[in-house]
Write a protein that binds this ligand. Structure first.
Ligand code: PDD
Length: 287
């Protein structure tokens, strides 16, 4: 069966996916000069959209990149893509690149950004990985030093995920100076034996996850203890539980780290509860 062509967005136009064309001179293509956001869709609605818009604005500012349009236009565009593609559950991927001009390391002030977006259907709530729990390996964090900016430079995370896959595991946690920074495409958390939720504090070393912020808020509302500090792989291997957060994986339990099984090797009670709360709250607040 042929998959029907999606409708995608390119610089103000809605087009069949095979007709959306970007220049080979686009700096996104040539220099990875671009930023992105991934917003999840549940019940046909956008989860935490204002948070994604705010972070996009921050990424653009940090890279001195022009904002292609205002937040209201971005919201209307996301809703239009969700509707045209009949997405009830899945995601919207949006990318802004600096634009197209002849290849030079420096860029012109007059350059107009390229804005593209597309949808992907995905079962986010009934996730087999969340049900069985993720197995992770550790790898050195070899990314650049501005991981707080959500750039499209995702080659190293892709290599790390391939390494995990080759080892028969699900994902990788990245380690710098002995401490975990984050997962390849998610923020990393552990839960200590006495029920403290630990995740690394925000800095330039990791992405300021929108899901991370929501989950920390929920944990505090539930009266759980939270510590924002770095932790090592050794501490993580001894933890009672672990989990990761990301827009498209919500809260996903981690059950194995570098071959060490956490608890009984199945998703733990805290992670399962935080996942359930996150889904419930997201359903309630999605727009
Ligand atoms: N990735 N850290 C990294 C390196 C990420 O790439 C992501 C998200 C996160 C979680 O951020 P948020 O909760 O805002 O989604 C943390 C997206 C989902 C992706 O690349 O597909």
């Amino acid at each position: 069966m042929n998959t029907p062509l999606r409708t995608v967005y390119l610089n103000g136009e809605y087009l069949p996916e095979n007709q959306a064309k970007v220049s080979i001179f686009d700096r996104g293509f040539v220099f990875a000069d671009g930023v992105y956001e991934v917003t999840s869709v549940i019940d046909g609605k956008l989860v935490d959209f204002p948070g994604h818009c705010t972070r996009l604005g921050r990424s653009l500012n940090e890279l001195k990149m022009k904002r292609p349009c205002d937040d209201a236009t971005l919201l209307a565009m996301h809703r239009e893509l969700v509707a045209r593609n009949g997405i009830t559950e899945g995601l919207v991927y949006m990318q802004v690149t600096r634009g197209a001009e002849d290849r030079e390391f420096t860029w012109s002030d007059t350059l107009e950004p390229t804005l593209v977006a597309f949808t992907q259907k995905k079962n986010l709530i009934d996730s087999p990985l969340a049900a069985r729990g993720s197995k992770v390996i550790s790898v050195p964090d070899l990314r650049w030093q501005r991981r707080d900016i959500k750039t499209i430079q995702l080659l190293y995370p892709s290599l790390a995920k391939m390494e995990a896959k080759a080892a028969g595991k699900d994902d990788a946690w990245m380690v710098e100076d002995g401490f975990v920074t984050e997962g390849t495409s998610n923020n990393a958390f552990i839960i200590t034996g006495d029920g403290v939720i630990v995740t690394r504090q925000l800095s330039r070393s990791l992405l300021h996850g929108i899901t991370r912020a929501a989950v920390l808020r929920h944990a505090q509302e539930e009266g759980l203890r939270v510590e924002e500090r770095p932790f090592t792989i050794e501490e993580a291997k001894q933890a009672a539980e672990a989990f990761v957060t990301a827009a498209t994986s919500f809260v996903t339990p981690v059950v194995e780290i570098d071959g060490a099984t956490l608890g009984d090797g199945t998703p733990g009670p805290y992670a399962k509860k935080l996942r359930a709360i996150y889904i419930e709250e997201s359903r309630r607040s999605a727009i």
